[in-house]
Write a protein that binds this ligand. Structure first.
Ligand code: 13P
Length: 252
């Protein structure tokens, strides 16, 4: 079944200035408009969100959301605050946030907060290292189950999964996962989803790959990795690289 292609830019804590953020967004907008059959999502630092306007094929996402109700949570931004700023997606459980102490219970709460406000959560999962016995499978299964068990089918249909092995993040294309390794992980993730929901729904949950996606490896990862798209870190903060990535996915 042909699925919709999606490319998500995670700018992380970049750029340093409003001026550079506007420049980068303007470039992403042009690239997104040119890419055929690709949905593009830009997730800037939350402070820049009010500067940007979503377009057809170009959506805005937040890199985080509060999982707590109520107002006594210093420094947190709730899902309902994001909605008026045209935010449609939210990254949840990124490994860089899990490293700061975000645990599975918090991730599950964030997913629910996002869904309750009509945002689409991008659930990040991924093992810290690869072992030869395949123990990383259990880590992936646990991260999926702890976040999604208990949600309705209608809710799970609105979730995207980003497989981001921690060991492959922040390197170069040469150190990223090989397409066949990504393919194997995608099969495992879909199988795990069928333990929670009907196969017909599990098959429709978009599965993205993230971890040193660059213009050099994106085409083969798309073609042989069986992914629906990508969550791109450092290469999304370079206008030329991001344009090349969108072009490759568009042509793949
Ligand atoms: P890099 O593309 O810089 O490896 O980052 C991946 C990532 O963490 C995206 O969320």
């Amino acid at each position: 079944m042909a699925r919709k292609k999606i490319v998500i830019a995670n700018w992380k804590s970049y750029p340093a200035t409003k001026r550079d953020a506007l420049k980068l967004f303007t470039a992403a907008k042009k690239s997104a408009a040119r890419a055929r059959n690709v949905t593009t999502v830009v997730c800037p630092p939350v402070i820049f969100l009010p500067l940007f306007t979503a377009r057809r094929k170009l959506f805005l996402g937040s890199q985080n959301v509060s999982g707590e109700g109520g107002v006594a949570h210093t420094g947190e931004v709730s899902a309902s605050m994001l909605v008026p700023f045209q935010v449609a997606y939210v990254i949840v459980g990124h490994s860089e946030r899990r490293a700061l102490g975000e645990d599975e219970a918090m991730v599950a709460k964030k997913i629910r907060s996002a869904l309750a406000e009509g945002l689409q959560p991008i659930l990040c999962i991924g093992e810290a290292e690869r072992d030869t016995e395949g123990a990383y499978h259990e880590i992936l299964r646990q991260e999926i189950r702890s976040a999604l068990v208990g949600l309705s089918s209608a809710e799970i249909r609105r979730v995207l999964i980003a497989y981001e092995p921690i060991w492959a993040i922040g390197k170069s294309a040469a150190d990223a996962m090989k397409p066949e390794e990504v393919h194997e992980a995608v099969i495992f993730i879909r199988k795990t989803l069928t333990e929670i929901i009907d196969r017909s729904i599990a098959e429709r949950v978009p599965i993205l790959y993230g971890g040193s996606v660059e213009s050099d490896n994106v085409a083969s990862l798309y073609t042989y990795g069986d992914v629906d798209g990508f969550l791109v870190g450092h290469a999304s903060t370079d206008a030329k690289s991001f344009n090349e990535i969108l072009e490759s996915v568009s042509n793949a």
